[in-house]
Design a protein around this ligand. Structure first.
Ligand SMILES: [Zn+2]
Length: 122
């Protein structure tokens, strides 16, 4: 096992993973008996917490480092707050949740491949 970990292929696979490449790399290696074994290098990645502001992260789809594009849209809480404001007699204020970003959901997208990455809900 130790011999395999010191082989150039495995070291290259580990370095690729540390450089931000795919988190899982399969590398076939010839053994003494002429068989092939598959080495899988897996890198643990901390989950990204998406907030109300753009986040600088690595896209799990295209592996590019970028700052997310945030799209703000009304969510169910926005509508409920507007209805609640109407119910308490403040119908003129019911537009406020739609005007203020604090009461809307934020969807994060990759700026390189436009993939949906995550969402923040107030
Ligand atoms: Zn991407």
């Amino acid at each position: 096992m130790e011999r395999h970990l010191s082989s150039p292929q495995v070291r290259q696979a580990i370095q690729n993973s540390l450089d931000g490449g795919p988190s899982t790399i399969s590398e076939p290696l010839p053994t003494e008996k002429g068989e092939y074994v598959e080495i899988i290098v897996t890198k643990a990645v901390a989950p990204v917490v998406y907030g109300s502001n753009p986040v600088t992260t690595r896209c799990p789809f295209c592996y590019n480092s970028m700052t997310t594009l945030v799209e703000t849209k009304p969510c169910s809480k926005t509508h409920l707050l507007a209805i609640l404001l109407c119910q308490v007699g403040c119908c003129l204020c019911s537009w406020y949740p739609y005007y203020n970003d604090t009461f809307q959901s934020k969807k994060h997208f990759c700026t390189s491949c436009n993939s949906y990455l995550g969402e923040y809900r107030p």
